[in-house]
Design a protein around this ligand. Sequence first.
Ligand code: GH3
Ligand code: MG
Ligand code: MG
Ligand code: MG
Length: 311
Amino acid sequence: FYPAVDPGQLIEKIETYTHGNTVEPYKVLVLDDSRAQAKYMETVLRKAGMTAHIITDPMQIIHALEEFSPEIIILDMYMPGCTGMEIARVIRQQDRFHSVPIIYLSAEEDVTKQLHAMSLGGDDFLTKPIDPKHLIATIHNRGRRARSLLALMIRDSLTGLFNHTHTLHLLDQEIVRARQKGQSLCFAMIDIDYFKKVNDTFGHPIGDRVLRSLSMFLKQRLRKTDHIGRYGGEEFAIILPDTRPSDARNVLNEIRERFSELQQPAGDQEFKVTFSCGVASWSDESSQSLCERADRALYTSKAEGRNCVTL
Ligand code: GH3
Ligand code: MG
Ligand code: MG
Ligand code: MG
């Protein structure tokens, strides 16, 4: 049947393959109705430094996706009551798992059937019994590509900050966490003042450089645990977990003042740029309501003459 695993030997083999490179462990979900096969896979994946989640009942797939958020999914082909292809279709129907790599692992040797399975939402077809090195190599390749694609998808290309969609996703996550931990949470919106004039006077490329300059400035001055997003054209959003409103206001006011003193280069000229900011403190409400309140505070800053922070 499946070879007994000698962990020492296996680790040695796998380290040879990965050249000792350390990556954040891949989260791999395995569905196989055979308990012995599932157990074997679990051992192989764990020894390779991956985080494995094993299920033997196809009915558990939705729950496992929710709970475990896998980065790679390995599916058996033949299970009682359903096939791996049917499971792949269910997975692909979930927005969040639309492009997660799916690897079939089956004893099926008929190439026509393998290709058919691949055409229905699978990325690879590996056959049992599988050489652990082959399996780990496939997971590494698929995982690396999936991660780099995901990293691109959540970022804004001009500034490298989180994009609008991901910023809102992070805000929802932080709201859940603040509620669970009973912590405070602040949300800030920034809008550059008279930015149209910067573009009109110095040109669009210089305007772009100002956007990057402010992005860098925010990254350098905020904490690692804060999230910074480009909310729109010249608008930025900042999520400050575990932060009291007065602290958020003070930090942003400090950043505002320092930024307003920066000289922005434009050929042989220099100019200064300011921004306005609105801060809202979360009070057991939806992300939408929190955003609206930060936006209203920002509007107040604009109305009161710009280059200021309103809480
Ligand atoms: P206010 O103080 O009221 O915010 O004035 P404003 O000129 O900043 O506001 P407005 O919304 O009228 O103009 C925003 C400008 O931002 C218009 C648009 O050309 C510019 N903008 C938006 N995205 C980009 C971008 O990616 N690059 C550059 N260079 N400019 C951008
Ligand atoms: Mg089976
Ligand atoms: Mg604007
Ligand atoms: Mg503006």
